[in-house]
Design a protein around this ligand. Sequence first.
Ligand code: SAH
Length: 284
Amino acid sequence: MELRNPYTSAPDFSQLALDVPAFAPFVRTTSKGLPTIDFQDEKAVRALTAALLKRDFGLEIVLPNDRLCPMVPGRLEYVLWILQVASVLPTSLTSPRLPTLPDLTGIDIGTGSSAIYPLLACRTLHSVRMVGTEIDDVSFEHARRNIGGNGLDKRVALMRADVEGSVFPEDMFGASSTFDFTMCNPPFYSSAEEVADSLAAKELEPFAVCTGGTREMITPGGEVAFVGRMVDETLVLGDRIRWFSSLLGKYSSVAQIVALLQKHKIDNYAIKDLQQGQTKRWVH
Ligand code: SAH
C-alpha cells in the first residue's frame, strides 16, 4: 500500500480561495504578484488550516484562538508514514503480511484542540480507529466537538490524561485490547525561555504566532523527558502495542532517545526525518 502526500508544494492560495470562499479574505499578493497569506496573522493561518481540511478531507473544524494551529501538510506526512508502517509490517516475525486494508487501531498522545491526527487518519483509511489523549480542558472540549462534528465519535475515542500520570493511560485498553501504533507530537520545550529562543531561531512553525498556544509546547524536561517516559512505559506495555512513535523537534534529542533505546536493548527502531515547509521533525 502506498499513501502519497498530495502536498508536494505550497498550496495554490488563489485556487483555495475559489474552492473555499471563507478563506478568500486572507489572500494577499506578494511584491512579485503571487498569491500568499500573512503567516504572522493567526486568523489567516487558522483559516488556511480550516480551508485545506475542508476542501481536501471534507473535515469541518473549529480551532480556539489561544491554542496551537496545526499545519496540515506536515501533520499529514506523519499520519501517512505511521499508517504505512503499521499496515505493511507483519504482526509478528512469523505471521504473513497483513492484507492491504487492515483494521488498524492507533493512539495519539496529546491530540490537541484540532484532534488533527485522528481526523486525518480516519479520512485516509476507512478501517482506522483511534484513541486521542489530552490533558488540557480547552483542547479536550474542542477535540470532542471536532471529532463529533465530523461524525467520527464511533471511530475516535477521546480520553483525558493526567499530567502526573502515565503517558499511556490504562483506560485506553477499554477501547481496544491491543493497538497497532501510537503517535505523538510532544510538547517540545522545557521552559518559556526555550520557546523564545526557538522562535528567534525560526525553528517553530508559523503556528507560533498563536502565542497562547506556547504553553502546550512546554513539559518538564522537554521532549526528551516526555518521550523518555514513553520509552519506559513501553517496557511494561510490551506487545499490547506494536509500534510506538513520536516526533522530536530538536535534532539533539534524537541521539538522546536512541541512547535510551540502546540502554534498554531495543534495536528494532527507525528514524525518519519529516520535512514540510520550513520545519523539520524527526520521528522514531
Ligand atoms: N497533536 C496536536 C497537538 C500537539 S501539542 C498537533 O499536532 O497539533 C502537544 C499536546 O499535548 C498539547 O495539546 C498538550 O496539552 C498535550 N499534552 C501534554 N502533556 C500531555 C500528556 N501527559 N498526556 C496527553 N496530552 C498531553
